[in-house]
Design a protein around this ligand. Structure first.
Ligand SMILES: [Zn+2]
Length: 85
């Protein structure tokens, strides 16, 4: 799983609630995105049924909510800058 962060001031996630713990995201939090499936997009749903390749909907959660680790992720866990949300 890839980690994103730390969240910067102004990030649209800040103030929204983590679906795992219901605590709002704040600046400096690290986030993991959990893939959940094709979502409501009919084309993605069809692709998922046909060949399993589709653009996935992902839900952000706090890094510790995903991994159980309170420490920030290591470099191996982090996404390249161009992939960050
Ligand atoms: Zn959380």
């Amino acid at each position: 799983m890839t980690a994103y962060g730390p969240l910067r001031n102004g990030d649209p996630l800040i103030g929204t609630r983590c679906p795992a713990c219901h605590v709002p995201f704040t600046a400096a939090d690290w986030v993991a995105e959990i893939p959940v499936g094709p979502g409501g997009n009919p084309d993605a749903q069809l692709a998922a049924r046909m060949d399993g390749r589709f653009q996935v909907v992902a839900v952000p959660v706090h890094w510790p909510c995903h991994t159980g680790h309170r420490a920030p992720p290591t470099a191996a866990d982090t996404a390249p800058e161009w992939m960050r949300v």
